[in-house]
Every structure is written in C-alpha cells, then in structure tokens.
Design a protein around this ligand. Structure first.
Ligand SMILES: NC(=O)c1ccc[n+]([C@@H]2O[C@H](COP(=O)([O-])OP(=O)(O)OC[C@H]3O[C@@H](n4cnc5c(N)ncnc54)[C@H](O)[C@@H]3O)[C@@H](O)[C@H]2O)c1
Length: 255
C-alpha cells in the first residue's frame, strides 16, 4: 500500500529498537525501499532473524545488540558504525518503554531510567551522528513520540513527560540544524497493537472503547498504519517539512 520512494534506495537508515513492534515493521518497510538499514536493539537474535527475512529485498540489514540505556556502549557502537558504514542519512530514534504507575508511585531511579531510554539515547544518537550528517550535506531525523502527550492519561505521567521532551527536542533541533539541510520531525502514534502491547496492556474492553468511542476512525491500529508517515518523512518528498510532530492515532488526540 505504500509507494516506493526512489530517493530512499541505498540510503543508510539507522533505527533504534528495530527488532520488534513498530521498529520491526519500519525495518521491513525500509528494506522494501532497498535501503541499507542499521538496527540498534538489545534483542540481537530477533534483529538477526529480521535481517535474514529482509534478504528477499536488495537491501542490507546490519544488527548491533546493545542496551541503549548504557551510554558508553551506545557511543562506542555509534563510533564503530561511523567508521565502518556509510553516513547515516535517516536517523529514526524509536526504542522506548511505557510503564504504568499509580499516581507518582515510582522511585527517582525508575523516573531517571525511563528518561535514559526514552530521551537520553535519542539525544546521544543525535549528538554523535550529527557532525557526519552535516558534512554529508543533510538528512532526516525522525523521533517516535506518542499521542499520550495530548491524551495525558493519569497513570503514565513519567512516560508522557519523556514523550513531551521529544516534541520539545524536535522543535529546537530542527531550528538548529535546518541551515544544514537536516530535517527533524516526530511521529506521535496512537495505541498501536504491537505484540508487547497485546501481552501487557490491551484488554478487549479497552481496545473496543478506543477503536469505537475514542478514535474518530474505527480502525484497529497496527504498526503498518505508521509506515507511510515514517517513509514520507524520510524521503525528499517531504523536503519542506521540518519541526513537526505528526499524530497518527485515527483522530483520538485533540492536539
Ligand atoms: N505501541 C504503542 O501503542 C505506542 C504508542 C505510542 C508510542 N509508542 C512508542 O513507539 C516506540 C516503539 O514502541 P513499540 O510499541 O514498538 O515497543 P516494543 O516493545 O514492541 O519494541 C521496542 C523495541 O525496542 C527495544 N528496546 C527496548 N528497550 C531497549 C533497551 N534498553 N536497549 C535496547 N533496545 C531496547 C526492544 O528490544 C524492542 O525491539 C516507543 O518509543 C514507544 O514509546 C508506542
């Protein structure tokens, strides 16, 4: 259902959290675009399995297994990639986690750990990769936020704070690097029925209410519904679009 963007062919696309869920679907979608994809994910074996699956396309998928909350390991891995692989043209900061807490019943460590994954790794990838992207004459950075920034559920205070931080980071970073022909945008997904969501949080009642009462469109959202937006933002087709957060949630949030 998605178009082939010819400019994405052979582009180097780095995706954090590219082994499962939304990231897995994005990896496969960019493989169909014949891109060169680098996955950073702690689920190394699943990443390898996806790389094998993608061999049906004329693409390359490189997998690096690491914990993205380990800043030193992340910086070392990015240094290695900078030496060994072509410059990253499209950076997709995507890995994240969405714990629920009653009010603020979390420790300071829980709060900081969540920021380490949902925000700090986004900052570090940008800091480490930007000099090369600037030297290369431009690129596209896409960050995964969430529509919960606008929905603001009471049991996801910490998560919403991390995802709002991403919206702020996108707006300032876009201002800072636009002159280098680098675009920075966010995608804010609605409730996406990934394997983990289905296992951890989805109940038939909650899903039914979301799809049939809270969303404008009665669509059960899967990662496939997000692909078109990421591909569009990665491609030169959206060359005049930067500093934006695109909410893809079938009309649930009033952003
Ligand atoms: N699924 C949804 O409903 C939804 C909605 C809005 C936003 N999001 C956001 O989308 C992004 C992807 O979410 P998802 O639902 O696909 O999640 P997921 O759990 O299905 O996949 C996340 C991937 O990130 C990897 N990962 C997680 N923590 C890691 C760590 N510390 N080090 C290395 N890799 C790690 C996992 O191994 C996995 O491959 C997240 O930022 C999430 O907050 C998801």
């Amino acid at each position: 259902m998605n178009p082939i963007y010819r400019d994405l062919k052979n582009k180097h696309v780095l995706i954090t959290g590219g082994s499962n869920g939304i990231g897995e679907t994005l990896t496969k979608a960019f493989a169909r675009q014949c891109a060169e994809i680098t996955i950073l994910d702690r689920d190394y074996q699943k990443g390898l399995a996806i790389a094998k699956e993608c061999q049906q396309y004329p693409c390359q998928v490189n997998v690096y297994g690491l914990d993205l909350t380990d800043s030193q390991a992340l910086v070392e891995t990015l240094t290695k990639i900078r030496k060994e692989k072509p410059v990253v043209n499209v950076l997709i900061n995507n890995a994240g986690y969405d714990p629920r807490y009653e009010l603020l019943e979390m420790s300071e460590k829980d709060w900081n750990d969540l920021f380490q994954l949902n925000v700090v790794h986004y900052f570090l990838t940008c800091r480490e990769l930007l000099p090369d992207i600037i030297n290369a004459g431009g690129g596209s950075i896409i960050m995964t936020s969430s529509h919960l920034v606008w929905i603001a559920k009471p049991n996801t205070i910490a998560y919403n704070a991390t995802k709002a931080a991403i919206v702020g980071m996108v707006r300032s970073l876009a201002e800072a690097v636009g002159k280098h022909n680098i675009r920075v945008n966010a995608v804010a997904p609605g409730w996406i029925m990934t394997e983990r969501q289905l296992e951890q949080w989805v109940t038939p009642e909650a899903k039914h209410k979301t799809v049939h009462q809270l969303q404008c469109l009665p669509l059960e959202l899967t990662p496939d519904e997000l692909v078109g937006t990421y591909l569009f933002l990665a491609s030169d087709t959206s060359r005049a679009i930067t500093r934006q957060t695109i909410v893809v949630d079938a009309g649930y949030a009033h952003s």
